[in-house]
Design a protein around this ligand. Structure first.
Ligand code: UTP
Length: 418
């Protein structure tokens, strides 16, 4: 232990982590020292410092390299195409080659619900429902239709895993077969303050925050779930967020289209409301698929229209993705770029005093699932109707709130009653 302790201090000094070195020397007991030494064994300090150094360097995008991406409009499919894609997809599902992953590792800061987002309850015309319950209902409906039990994987984070498992246990998985549900935790990266010191939290430990939903690829592999899927013969994996209450998680058409177009990945899109809507859209950058954030798309390009008078960059990413197992295997081996968010984080200062902050003071690093798309030459995009498949719950009030989402959900139920 003593050796490890000495090594740890040397390592911290090398990376100029004087704040923590000082607290350890003055304030930590031997037991606390052991804990931090243990924690540091699994932290790549060099990588964190590198991320810190580049935190303010937002890579610029060469607008000459941005191109429109081809998409298929669900509503423009011919009858034959529709039937053909549907049949291909149904065969996949019926032959137990389909699985679903729900990404539920987010913090849900904007919604402000205490507890994992999936445990948030809404009041619909079909009664009160938790977000996880809505997902189970979609799965069960598909299971009944195709006479299968689709494996369901849930990505959690270090912070919300126990609460998520407990919640689903307590609610008996809303009737889903428990042995078909698997949880896996996403990765984490230390937060670092603008002065270059990593954040030490109230528990006298390094504050490690979830590293974004792009963590999914490596986390699946680390949890040995890719192996498991493969051994079960699963070929196509749908991945979606936890907070879109109209998300279609089992859709044979998307699967059929992807297979027919010979792609390993695909996504659904909805039409951007107007040039100024603050959403990420699909495009091609340097010849490969990408989701470009509204902040990255030059204003003029955001307004460009095609020959039909539609926005050229108008296919909105709604976090509704499909991957072939081979694509997930490939992505598990890639390094995705980290994006930097500037957040508030209380911390212990070098005297061991707890400092509460009112303004953002620290960097949080996140990778995004859609950055994985750029590792492929192409992907299928299926444009669907916003009112049929997109009712996100992001904010506590206003746009994309429980109120707006429930309204969309209720309207959908009413429209599809018969
Ligand atoms: P959002 O980007 O909306 O983030 O996540 P969020 O954490 O839910 O909410 P805010 O931004 O803090 O308010 C989109 C989807 O990706 C998942 C979320 O759970 C959600 O389903 N996600 C996000 C993760 O699984 N892990 C992450 O680290 C981030």
């Amino acid at each position: 232990m003593k050796e490890n302790y000495k090594e740890t201090i040397e390592k911290l000094k090398k990376y100029k982590q004087n704040e923590i070195v000082n607290i350890i020397a003055k304030k930590y007991t031997e037991e606390e020292n052991c804990k931090i030494v243990e924690q540091l064994k699994n932290i790549n300090l060099e990588q964190v410092i590198e991320l810190y150094k580049n935190a303010e360097n937002i890579p610029s995008i060469d607008e000459n390299k941005i191109e429109h991406i081809q998409y298929t409009d669900l509503n423009s499919l011919s009858n034959e195409q529709f039937k053909e894609y549907k049949q291909i997809g149904i065969d996949v599902i019926k032959n137990n080659k389909y699985a679903v992953i729900t990404m539920a590792g987010g913090q849900g800061t904007r919604l402000g619900h205490k507890g994992p987002k999936g445990t948030f309850k809404i009041d619909t015309i079909n009664g009160e429902k938790y977000l996880f319950q809505i997902i189970v209902e979609s799965l069960q409906k598909a299971n009944k239709k195709y006479d299968v039990t689709i494996p369901w994987y849930i990505m959690t984070s270090e912070d919300n895993n126990d609460q998520t498992v407990e919640f689903l246990e307590k609610n008996n998985y809303f009737g889903y077969k428990k042995e078909k549900v698997k949880f896996f935790k996403q990765g984490k990266v230390p937060m670092i303050k603008t002065d270059g010191n990593i954040v030490i939290d109230q528990n006298k430990l390094i504050k490690e925050a979830s590293d974004g939903n792009g963590s999914i690829y490596k986390s699946l592999k680390d949890a040995e779930l890719l192996k498991e899927m493969k051994s079960q013969g699963i070929e196509w994996i749908f991945v979606g967020g936890v907070d879109n209450i109209l998300l279609k998680i089992v859709d044979p058409i998307l699967t059929g289209l992807t297979i027919k177009e010979n792609n390993l990945i695909s996504s659904k899109s909805v039409v951007k409301k107007n040039a100024k809507e603050k959403v990420g859209v699909f495009c091609k950058l340097n010849g490969v698929p990408k989701v470009i954030e509204y902040t990255e798309l030059p204003e003029k390009m955001a307004e460009d229209i095609d020959e039909n008078g539609e926005l050229l960059y108008g296919e909105v990413n709604i976090l509704s993705h499909l991957f072939n197992i081979k694509a997930l295997e490939k992505l598990a081996e890639q390094k995705l770029p980290y994006h930097t968010a500037f957040k508030k984080s209380n911390y212990l200062n070098e005297f061991g005093e707890f400092i509460e902050v009112l303004e953002p003071n620290a960097y949080k690093f996140e990778s995004y699932i859609f950055d994985g798309f750029s590792f492929f030459d192409d992907m299928s995009i299926l444009r669907v109707k916003r009112e049929d498949e997109f009712a996100p719950i992001k904010n506590a009030t206003g746009s994309d709130s429980p109120e707006t989402a429930v309204k969309l959900y209720n309207d959908y139920i009413e429209r599809n009653k018969n």
